[in-house]
Write a protein that binds this ligand. Structure first.
Ligand SMILES: Cc1cc2nc3c(=O)[nH]c(=O)nc-3n(C[C@H](O)[C@H](O)[C@H](O)COP(=O)(O)OP(=O)(O)OC[C@H]3O[C@@H](n4cnc5c(N)ncnc54)[C@H](O)[C@@H]3O)c2cc1C
Length: 823
């Protein structure tokens, strides 16, 4: 290994599969001076004992791309290094024991078509033919994916390490990192048990220790270990070789054959979180105590499903720790508070099958300075500060493990560790039948159980499923109230960022694609773009005074947007940025009768000429004051009332008292979503993200390339927009409405154009006014292809393996001329 150098370009912390893959991919990009530090020996964290299941179809197009690349790389690595990765593509078979699970698998088969992974449904007898050991009791069907399989996790890691060394990476084992050094908001190196290393980049790949390594740098990495169990049988000649990997999620089990034995692993419904103080500081190759009682139900179900287990013995009970995150998604990317400090952690039991692609994506991100893949859903900037709380993590992580094999129902919200972030109206809404879900840690009202149903003793609780869930009709009524009367939404979790100072306008002009140099009182809808014209943020900017603005964004993106703003603010800008999210509540009154509701309550005229769309005014309401923004995310006449938190209840009560006269209806976030889908309003993180070009997303109307050049130069992304204008679009975001009012769309359904699968829906919801499910999704096109040509094709949307005719539109199907906003 040699002596530890005093300086390196990049230090990778952690010699598990992730750290080794990143070191390899950086070296492959030509990075010199990359060092990997491992506190014990390579693979000795979680990687060594992984089951090695390799799946390629994942829940999003990006994750599937990552998994496909990872699988392909295993074969290449073996050729490159001579280290056998044990990669075998025997396929995988998932069984459904209920109609709901069958639909989930059918939806996955459709996703396979959309994401380019061969996957097809099999009948129970076909399933049995592929895996002769299974008992078919209760099996209603299955999904087979031929290219899936299994690999040897430790060997794949050693192959990465060898390939990395061949490219010049230096790996130091038994070298624990004990501190991270930084200066001026930028990482400068690491301290280790063997001395300090100066470094331009540091990457935290410390697995279940990543939270602790993050804390050394003041960076929040919310994850915690859970115990993950499997058993291994004795070898038996009755176990066929080359069986596909079997998953029976309804029985919480996965099974693979290796060397004539069976390995049976579990994602039991309620896992066991493992607080860090139970993992000895110096431990390696950890095998935790067994717990047969904890798995009694799962073991019994497994032996019914695989009767051979009653005849052969179990020779190993394995219990290994691995890290899970509160929302089941990875934690990736540059830390918002520390430049060049990257986090790559929280793999939630899929680190082996995705390591190759993640290594490539992160190395490219470090090289390019921005992600080359849409990693928004895994981005570290979604993580809320409170989620690093150890008690919260201990209460949530057991559920996170269990959700792995639970039904993947749409709208499913976790049930543990809830009620942490609540709006000032929480109790008011709860008293009126709100069913809350979790969004960015907030309790958000999804829908309201009407009084009559409450009187019958019903509870405001969601019953999940793939078909219409129990709240469908309640949301439909809320939606119709917004379209024909007036609805009240509690949008208090919205992110609010104040931008103030003499250069506030110049900073926002530099960062925004739209022209925000407007007079005080105006509101501008804008995107913040990266240099390629990709969308980094989608928000509104309200000018409060000559030197103050408030930026309003979604609760999920506020930390990300704050980071983008601070990161891109020129050093010499006289401007201060403050997150005031929790200082103001937001009550939105939306619908054609909103003027009638508000007029007697406020002290300003609400007519169009006095209070037009895209403006705000200070108003008196009840005995309080508020900033009323005339703006809408549902496509109707309406106002968002921003109210200091201390007065929020008073304003709510004032509105509610008057509400009886105008049939005011409380509405939840599901109605908000279904209304915005009818209007084809884009949603950040689904329809638009940093890899989606603003013109292809159909948002060119909000980009002002000819606005005056400000103090800090042209706005970021202007060139990227002009390049695309010259080159022409290669895809366009299209809105679809199914002809059949029955099927439901949730996103990821396949778009079929003239009989060919061309893409997938980025989001979907039911259009209660239009009368059918609505989706948005990108359709590839030629640079000179006209709108007419694009729309002349026949479109179908594939839902759960079945295709349905769809109308395609580039204009919103609801109120295309936007007349209702100007009522
Ligand atoms: C029972 C079980 C079965 C699994 N099965 C599968 C499967 O079938 N398929 C799949 O894809 N995934 C599976 N996984 C998950 C997979 O093992 C993990 O996602 C993956 O190993 C995570 O890799 P990592 O490199 O992030 O973490 P680790 O392998 O834990 O590596 C992190 C490394 O960082 C080192 N480190 C920590 N702190 C420091 C420090 N201060 N200084 C230096 N080094 C430090 C640690 O010693 C460790 O070696 C399974 C996990 C378990 C437990």
């Amino acid at each position: 290994m040699g002596e530890l150098p005093g300086a390196a370009r990049c230090v990778v912390i952690g010699g598990g599969i992730i750290g080794c893959s990143i070191a390899y991919h950086l070296a492959k990009l030509g990075w010199k001076d990359v060092i990997l530090l491992e506190r014990k020996r390579l693979t000795s964290g979680t990687t060594w004992h992984a089951a090695g299941l390799i799946g390629q179809l994942r829940g999003s197009s990006t994750l599937t791309k990552i998994a496909k690349y990872s699988a392909a790389l295993m074969t290449e690595l073996e050729a490159e290094t001579g280290v056998a990765t044990g990669f075998r593509q025997n396929g995988s078979l998932s069984l459904a024991l209920s109609a709901e699970r069958l639909e989930e698998l059918q939806r996955q088969a459709t996703m396979g078509k959309a994401f380019g992974v061969e996957a097809y449904m099999v009948s129970p007898s076909e399933a049995r033919a592929k895996h002769p050991l299974i008992d078919l009791k209760g099996v209603v069907g299955g999904l087979f994916i031929p290219a899936n399989g299994q690999a040897d996790p430790a060997n794949v890691t050693q192959a990465f390490a060898k390939a990395a060394r061949q490219l010049g990476v230096r790996i130091f084992e038994n070298t624990k990192v004990t501190g991270i050094t930084q200066q001026g908001g930028r990482v400068t190196g690491v301290e280790t048990v063997a001395g300090a290393i100066r470094a331009e980049f540091v990457v935290n790949c410390a697995g279940l220790w990543a939270r602790e390594v993050g804390r050394m740098a003041g960076v929040n990495v919310p994850l915690l270990a859970a115990e993950h169990f499997y058993v291994v049988t004795d070898a038996s000649p009755d176990i066929p070789r080359n069986l596909p990997v079997l998953r029976v999620p309804d029985e919480s089990a996965y099974i693979k054959e290796e060397a004539g034995k069976l390995l049976i692993g579990f994602f039991e419904p309620k896992g066991k979180a493992l607080p860090m103080d139970q993992i000895p500081e110096d431990s390696e190759f950890i095998n935790l105590p067994d717990d047969w009682d904890h798995l009694a139900r799962e073991l019994e179900l497994a032996s019914e499903r695989l009767p051979i287990l009653k005849r052969i013995g179990l020779h190993t009970f394995f219990n290994g720790p691995e890290s899970f995150t509160p929302d089941g998604r990875w934690v990736l990317g540059e830390a918002p508070s520390l430049r060049n400090f990257f986090v790559v952690a929280g793999f939630n039991s899929i680190g082996i099958q995705t390591a190759g692609g993640v290594g490539k994506a992160i190395a490219e991100w470090m090289e390019a300075g921005e992600p080359t893949l849409d990693l928004t859903s895994s981005d570290i900037r979604r993580c809320q500060p409170f989620q690093g709380n150890a008690t919260y993590l201990a209460d949530r992580i057991g559920e996170a493990l269990g959700l792995h094999y639970a039904d993947q129902f749409p709208y499913r919200s976790p049930v543990s560790a809830r009620g942490i972030r609540v709006t000032p109206l929480h109790e008011r809404l709860a008293d009126r039948g709100a069913c809350f879900g979790e969004a960015a840690g907030w309790e958000r009202a999804n829908w309201f159980l009407p009084e009559a149903a409450r009187a019958r003793g019903e509870k405001a609780e969601a019953r999940y499923g793939w078909r219409r869930q129990n709240w469908f009709e309640y949301t439909a009524d809320e939606h119709r109230a917004v379209r024909t009367g007036v609805g009240l939404f509690d949008l208090s979790p919205f992110g609010k960022i104040r931008v103030e100072g003499r250069d506030a306008e110049a900073v926002l002009q530099y960062i925004s694609a739209n022209d925000v140099a407007v007079p005080p009182g105006r509101i501008v809808y804008t995107q913040w773009l990266n240099r390629n014209g990709g969308i980094e943020a989608d928000l509104t900017v309200a000018r409060l005074s000559s030197d103050a603005f408030v930026v309003v964004t979604s609760s999920a993106t506020v930390l990300r947007d704050l980071h983008w703003l601070k990161r891109n603010m020129p050093d010499d800008a006289r401007c201060v940025v403050t997150d005031v999210t929790v200082g103001e509540a937001c009550l939105a009154v939306m619908g054609p009768r909103s003027r009638e509701l508000l007029a007697p309550l406020v002290d300003v005229p609400l007519a169009n000429d006095a209070f037009p769309l895209g403006t705000w005014r200070q108003v008196e309401i009840g005995h309080a004051i508020a900033r009323a923004h005339r703006i809408s995310y549902v496509g109707e006449l309406g106002w968002e009332l921003y109210v200091p938190v201390d007065m929020a209840r008073h304003v709510f009560d004032t509105l509610a008292d008057r509400g009886a006269a105008v049939d005011l209806r409380l509405c939840g976030s599901y109605a908000l979503d279904s209304c915005r889908m009818e209007k084809a309003y884009r949603h950040y993180g689904h329809d638009i993200a940093s890899t989606d070009h603003v013109l292809e997303a159909g948002l060119g109307f909000a980009v002002k390339c000819d606005k005056a050049r400000g103090r800090f130069g042209d706005f970021i992304g202007r060139e990227g927009v002009q390049r695309k204008r010259q080159a022409g679009l290669s895809r366009r975001l299209v809105q679809f409405q199914l002809a059949d009012p029955g099927p439901l769309l949730y996103g990821n359904e396949a778009i079929v154009r003239d009989s060919r699968v061309v893409g997938y829906l980025t989001s979907g919801a039911y259009g209660h006014h239009l009368g059918a499910a609505i989706g948005l999704g990108y359709v590839p096109c030629g640079p000179t292809e006209t709108t007419e040509a694009l729309l002349a094709s026949a479109y179908r949307i594939e839902v759960a393996d079945e295709q349905f005719a769809a109308q395609a539109s580039l204009k919103p199907l609801y109120d295309p001329k936007a007349g209702r906003l100007h009522m």
